[in-house]
Write a protein that binds this ligand. Sequence first.
Ligand code: PGA
Length: 244
Amino acid sequence: MAGNWKMYKTAKDTRAYFEKFLPLVKGCSGREIVICPPYPNLEAAVEDTAGTGVHIGAQNLYWGKEGAVTGEVSGPMIHSIGCTHVIIAHSERREYFNESEQDVTRKTKAALEAGLTPIVCVGERLAERESGQTASVLHEQFQDGIGPLAPDEFAKIVIAYEPVWAIGTGKTATPQIAEDAHKTIRNEARQRFGEQLAAAVRILYGGSVKPDNVKSLMAIEEIDGVLVGGASLDPVSFAAIVNY
Ligand code: PGA
């Protein structure tokens, strides 16, 4: 159950959030919780969640370890402060920062090398869905972005299916649409990496997940978890999602 705060909350807000959130998920077992705040709040988030089992992740990284790359942050830097995860190629990164499939591969490899679990996002835009291209878009994203990973690298990633038309719009994919897309992705994984790794990879659904629709999404066998934007900003609603 992963929360993506995007560009919201200060360090002070972060502390107030965990004060409320942690007691609400205490004792919750059998599920992994990850929260991805903006870079400046990562350290506060790691401190606040120490010993609670809640993991902290970044929302992006640069593929190099260090260098003259103004404004960027590397995997080893993120790992060194106690983060365990990093989101890769969120559709907002693809859209506003022109991130390509080549970026997906190199960022995923860099994250793994730094000891972070990458949450790699894929998903079609509205026009692509409406013109019947969903499967081919997912095929291309998988083949060109995730496909170049070695099998032992693929074994360590988490995939998030996030249809762009469902992000921040209140239009959740129906359980059927999500199931079909997850099956398409798992099939891509099967063809490239074989049955065993394909069956084991966790695929999260993301796009307008809320406390009132999480249960029907999680009821689908193909859906292993959720990546939540808007509803993860409120500790009560994210705790309700985690405890669905
Ligand atoms: P949303 O965002 O839950 O606000 O739709 C999901 C995401 O962008 O990860």
